[in-house]
Design a protein around this ligand. Structure first.
Ligand code: PEP
Ligand code: MG
Length: 885
């Protein structure tokens, strides 16, 4: 039997999306349910694929199938296609498997000819309506099928409006519409060299081919690239009996959601127009009425619509987005689909659906894209204010949220202005650890250099602060205090607004609103926690961040970066003395100044976290990052160390490195200056002892050594720390359990993980550095060229955001396997940025890690991602079980 390509609406169902497209499958499903859907048929996506295989021609069998379905529709509807007195007309619409709203083409009122338009006028006793339908058809068909410019048609229409002395299309009299039709046909002939087709079947075949063609138009291809939709799926074509919303005041058309798509509230939400066709609602020329008005205007229709909406919602077990037409007092449903919604609405609807008994908790958890939770956790722009603003430039969407403020060019200035309660945006070419306080004081951060794991991006995400990084078209001159974007030059007195979720930069102030973490959000997250295996910790290095992490559901701290503590004003000079010390004594003297302060830092963090796990990482960055810059700063340190300014400058120069990322950093510092890590270890243990005693809880410190690549270097450093700790126990007569582990962030460490695990009690994957060193891409510079890799499709994803499972992931898997071989109970985690990215979290679950650690504001995302991974695994297991029966 020949392959079937065309399905009438009573032959399909909702599970046939791949073949019939989303719209076609749902039209068939509604027909099956007995809902009043204008009858018709769907030409399948397979037909579209074959159309492209057959040099863009419709083949004979397909034409025969279409003809058979026209006949079937004629019988159902009781009208004839091409009839001269009461013609059956069709709408022809695209319908892809994945919805691509507005990207492809539609033709309405198809089947009208010079003769049948007269028949329609007589039959409906409404020539105005008949000619209005005909002129719409000619315009749409000419544009969609022959590519003629809509503007030329609009000019003719405007001219006739003028001649008739009316403002709106709906007021153009029939006589003028007849003239419009005449002129449209004349234009058609001029442009194509042919008369406007008068054979309805030819019109239909042309329109079907045109919809197939529109699958590959420029905007559809762009949309698919943007949304990761495959180009070879093809579109279906839905050919449906026309019903008319434009036949008079007893008719109309509209769209509605079964719940409010911005809040999730369980009320009908939508709009409609009386005496109009669908495109009038979209065109925005007339202002539609709110759907609640329909209850007053047409109570019986409203009741039917309301009931149908509820029924479809129950059936699909999700909020529906409906299109409807009222044709002379009869309600028809033209489309239903799961409605798009904001993140806030999505959570509220998911929780409500569980409480209404329509969904299980597991299903509700699977309804939310974890990344969408981001929208809920940060300030956002007021949508109305945003709709009036146009971006002046764009950078990387480095840390989500919305911010608006005056431009500030230095950390110091940002701090000062913040103290005066002035909102500021810190604008820097790039940031460094020195800018920390200024970043904390700013509402948002803008940089013109750096990628997604640049300092600005990582720190901003940690703070939950909006950041647009690497905006190459923005020139920031810190000296001149100017921000230049093309011809636009802005200074300290100007306001800018940043959208860290899109990377957009706006000139001027845009109102923002704070997030509301409602009861339903908390409930939803509780369900996620009940369903996950992976633990979720946070990267946090201040008591404030630690508290925020706890509030967002973190179960511990997976990475406390101690370098951030070194920059605070009360200690930076002592840190500089330590670095520039030329003797051990000088260094120890400086360290003695830092030690009590550092102990207090840990004490405060432990106090917040109590007995929850806290992994403190010892000093990591190259020392030169802490060096004094200005003459004044240099003089202070020189004075303290008793050297001349010249000698001091020479010492600073000597610390300069060609490639600091691969230089004297991490545990290499402790090989040369063991006193630094020894001091930090003492501070950690003393703080833990104090908190254990004061709060009566058992603090169990985890001390993490960064950048190990060789077992012997790790052993030297670990032994030296352990000795210090044991000495404290001896001195105080009190002990506690503690663990020394390492970051796995150098490829060599993953290859020698069995030997590393002989020394380290735990591993935490530092996938920022591991990605950098596996690819040989600088974290700070890759942003400049990686975008090209993504644009050209060489890479699907930025490996600094999404774990490269093939390469970096293979090294991780190797480290897990070798590490566990040596130490069965090796505790495993990840603390690179990937710990907050859904697909990477799922990968970590597969690797059998114990936890992921991410910025506090990504903790809910990781909690949900981990839950979804567990649920998916459970579902696969069930499927396999069923298959094996
Ligand atoms: C890493 O390298 O993944 C990491 C967490 O450490 P940092 O970003 O501080 O180098
Ligand atoms: Mg690192």
């Amino acid at each position: 039997m020949a392959k079937k390509y065309v399905y009438s609406f009573d032959e399909g169902n909702k599970d046939m999306r791949t073949l019939l497209g989303g719209k076609g499958a749902n039209l068939a499903e509604m027909t099956r349910l007995g809902i009043n859907v204008p009858f018709g048929f769907t030409v399948s996506t397979e037909a579209c694929i074959r159309y492209y295989d057959e040099s863009e021609q419709l083949w004979d069998e397909l034409v025969k199938e279409i003809e058979a379905n026209i006949k079937k529709t004629e019988e159902k509807v009781g009208k004839k296609f091409g009839d001269d007195t009461n013609p059956l007309l069709f709408s022809v619409r695209s319908g892809a498997v994945v919805s691509m709203p507005g990207m492809m083409d539609t033709v309405l009122n198809l089947g009208l000819t010079d003769v049948s338009v007269e028949g329609l006028a007589k039959h409906t006793d409404n020539p105005r309506f008949a000619y209005d339908s005909y002129r719409r058809f000619i315009q749409m068909f000419s544009n969609v099928s022959k590519g003629l410019d809509v503007e030329k048609f609009e000019e003719i229409l405007a001219d006739e409006r003028k001649k008739a002395g009316v403002e709106l299309d709906k007021d153009i009299p029939a006589e003028n519409l007849k003239e419009v039709v005449r002129r449209y046909k004349e234009l058609y002939k001029e442009e194509t060299g042919h008369d406007f087709p008068q054979d309805p079947e030819q019109q239909l075949l042309d329109a079907v081919a045109a919809v197939f063609k529109s699958w590959n138009n420029e905007r559809a291809r762009y949309y698919r690239n943007m949304n990761d939709i495959a180009h070879d799926l093809g579109t279906a074509v839905n050919v449906q009996t026309m019903v008319f919303g434009n036949g008079g005041d007893n008719s109309g058309t509209g769209v509605a959601f079964t719940r409010d798509p911005s809040t999730g509230e369980n009320i009908l939400y939508g709009e409609y127009l009386i005496n109009a066709q669908g495109e009038d609602v979209v065109a925005g020329i007339r202002t539609p009425s709110h759907i609640s008005e329909l209850e007053k205007q047409m109570p019986e229709i409203y009741k039917q619509f309301h009931e149908t909406g509820e029924r479809l919602e129950q059936h699909y077990r999700d909020m529906q987005d409906l299109e409807f037409t009222i044709d002379d007092g009869t309600l028809y449903i033209l489309q239903t689909r799961n409605g798009k919604r904001t993140a806030q609405a999505a959570i509220n609807i998911a929780v409500d659906l569980v409480e209404e008994g329509l969904r299980t908790k597991e299903e509700a958890l699977m309804m939310i894209n974890p990344n969408d939770l981001d929208q809920l956790l940060h300030p956002t722009f007021n949508q109305e204010a945003l709709s009036k603003a146009t971006p002046v430039a764009r950078g990387l969407a480095a840390s989500p949220g919305a911010a608006t403020g005056y431009i500030s060019f230095s950390a110091g200035d940002a701090t000062l202005r913040n103290a005066k309660e002035e909102p500021v945006i810190l604008a820097r070419t790039e940031t460094s650890p020195e800018d920390l306080q200024g970043m904390d004081s700013a509402k948002g951060i803008l940089t013109s250099r750096g990628g997604m794991t640049s300092h600005a991006a990582v720190v901003a995400r940690g703070m939950g602060k909006c950041c647009v990084a690497g905006a190459h078209e923005v020139h920031i001159n810190e000296k001149e205090k100017t921000v230049t974007i093309g011809d636009l030059v802005l200074g300290e007195g100007d306001m800018i607004s940043l959208d860290g979720s899109t990377g957009n930069i706006y000139h001027g102030q845009i109102e923002t609103q704070d997030p509301e973490l409602t009861g339903k959000f908390a409930k939803f997250m509780e369900w996620a926690d009940e369903n996950r295996r992976l633990k979720v910790r946070a990267n946090a290095d201040t008591p404030h961040d630690a508290q925020q992490a706890l509030d967002l559901g973190a179960e511990g701290i997976g990475l406390c970066r101690t370098e951030h503590m070194f920059f605070a004003e009360d200690r930076i000079n002592a840190v500089r003395e330590m670095i520039l010390a030329s003797t051990k004594e000088q260094r120890e003297k400086a360290l003695a100044k830092i030690e009590p302060i550092q102990e207090n830092d840990f004490y405060e963090i432990y106090k917040v976290m109590e007995d929850k796990n806290v992994t403190v990482r010892l000093l990591d960055p190259p020392l030169h990052e802490f060096l004094p810059h200005t003459d004044e700063e240099i003089a202070i340190v020189a004075d303290e160390l008793g050297v001349t300014i010249l000698e001091q400058k020479k010492a600073i120069d000597e610390l300069h490195e060609v490639n600091p990322m691969l230089g004297h950093r991490g545990l290499r510092l402790a090989i040369t200056f063991p006193e630094i890590y020894q001091m930090q270890a003492r501070a950690i243990i003393r703080a833990a002892l104090r908190v254990s005693k004061e709060l009566g809880v058992e603090v169990e410190p985890e001390i993490m050594i960064p950048l190990a690549g060789d077992p012997r270097e790790l052993k030297v450093v670990t032994d030296s720390i352990r000795k210090e700790i044991e000495q404290i126990f001896e001195e105080t007569g009190i002990t506690l359990n503690y663990h020394i582990g390492t970051m796995i962030e150098i490829p060599r460490a993953t290859l020698l993980a069995d030997e590393i695990a002989e020394i380290a009690e735990f591993f935490s994957f530092g996938t920022n550095d591991l990605t950098q060193m596996t690819y040989g891409f600088s974290r700070d510079d890759a942003g400049k060229f990686l975008s090209q890799y993504l644009d050209d499709g060489i890479f699907e994803k930025d490996p600094f955001q999404v774990i490269d499972q093939k390469g970096v992931g293979q090294l991780m898997a190797n480290a897990v396997k070798l590490g566990k071989r040596t130490r069965k109970d090796l505790h495993l985690g990840i603390c690179g940025e990937h710990g907050g990215e859904p697909s990477s979290v799922a990968f970590c679950d597969d690797l059998g890690l114990d936890y992921v650690s991410c910025s506090p504001f990504r903790v809910p995302i990781s909690r949900l991602s981990a839950a979804q991974k567990t649920i998916r695994d459970r579902q696969h297991k069930m499927t396999r079980l069923v298959e094996s029966l």
